[in-house]
Design a protein around this ligand. Structure first.
Ligand code: MRU
Length: 338
């Protein structure tokens, strides 16, 4: 599979995730305006990938500033536009903030810092996968059946994946039976992207309608639910793609582990609870239309909240590259067990 994001000759090359899996197209992004548009349209998406785009975006802006003779103030404003392109995944702002201090040293130093940040993002994913697989398969039971939501694989993370990274690590260890994938309306990240990644990896899977997810869990099709996160509050509340909350309720009711996979950079201790995390509200057209064709009466109003909040009490474990966060080893403890 192609990497979803690459830095080549002062440009960002992005795999266009809006047209997958039917078309494989790449975009060469040469300006801040193009990058902001690509992020808003979900050409580039998924929390860790947004972090990488934020980091590389600062380098892109620095080179554009040099080319076009921007003032330092203008450059700062343009970097701010990248930071604000989407509101929920804290990784975007985190990627920008990690590289921004290097801007004063010039484009080459900024580029170097951005590539180092992308390297850190990539390394974290692999560690999350290993740690999560160890955590889930530690009981020594047979191959696991995992229910997942949205897309948390390499497409969302530069390489490997967070939630899907755990699934891949389980597969590598011979500890995976099959994966149930929610389709993830309205933009179908599950059926379009996750099923594509799983097929490429030769991992057995089935897609289900989002509305079926909780009942599929109740019917005993999974041993655990594994998802990613866009932002995690200080108290452990998890914001992720809308539909996650219903799966958490179902997992709780069924007595199944509900595991969240995310890098430490997704934890935002500046927000005390999930209630303080901004939830992106997207165009109603994404709900009233499917692949450009209307699926509701003309003029139907839609409420299109892109994410939801799963309360910490429904989360069994949050697996990061450094620790496993549980009720007994909360975020504030700073360390955890394997
Ligand atoms: O709107 P998207 O496609 O950017 O949303 C992505 C998700 O909600 C993912 O589950 C989340 O970013 C975790 S990605 C590893």
């Amino acid at each position: 599979m192609d990497r979803p994001l690459e830095w080549r000759a002062h440009r960002i090359h992005a795999l266009d995730q809006t047209v997958l899996p039917f078309d494989v197209r790449h975009l060469a992004i040469t300006s801040v305006t193009e990058l902001v548009s690509a992020i808003r349209r979900l050409v580039i998406r998924g929390a860790p990938l947004l972090g990488a785009a934020g980091a590389l975006g600062v380098a892109l802006a620095a080179y554009q500033a040099e080319r076009e003779g921007w003032s330092a103030e203008r450059l700062d404003q343009e970097i701010g536009r990248i930071r604000e392109a989407r509101p929920t995944a804290v990784n975007l702002a985190g990627g920008v903030d990690a590289v921004r201090p290097f801007v004063a040293a010039g484009p080459a130093a900024t580029e170097e810092a951005a590539l180092a940040e992308v390297g850190r993002i990539t390394a974290a994913n692999r560690e999350i996968g290993e740690r999560g697989a160890h955590h889930l398969s530690g009981s020594g039971s047979g191959p696991l059946r995992i229910h997942t939501h949205c897309n948390t694989g390499a497409l969302a993370c530069v390489e490997w994946g967070t939630g899907l990274g755990i699934i891949r690590s389980l597969h590598e260890r011979g500890r995976l039976d099959h994966v149930i994938v929610d389709e993830t309306r309205p933009l179908l990240q599950g059926s379009r992207l996750t099923c594509w990644e799983l097929a490429e990896l030769g991992i057995e899977h089935r897609v289900v309608c989002d509305g079926a997810g909780p009942f599929v869990i109740a019917q005993g099709w999974a041993d655990a639910v594994v998802v990613g996160a866009d932002r995690i509050a200080a108290n452990g509340d998890v914001v992720n793609k809308v539909g996650t909350y219903g799966l958490a309720l179902a997992a709780h009711e069924a007595g199944l582990p509900f595991v969240v996979a995310a890098p430490e950079s997704t934890i935002d201790v500046s927000v005390p609870t999930g209630a303080a995390i901004p939830i992106e509200s997207r165009s109603g057209q994404e709900v009233t239309h499917l692949a450009g064709a209307p699926v509701a009466r003309e003029g139907t109003q839609a409420l299109n909240l892109a994410f939801d909040v799963t309360p910490a009490r429904l989360v069994t474990a949050i697996v990061t590259e450094r620790r496993v966060i549980t009720a007994d080893a909360p975020i504030s403890a700073g360390t955890g067990t394997r």
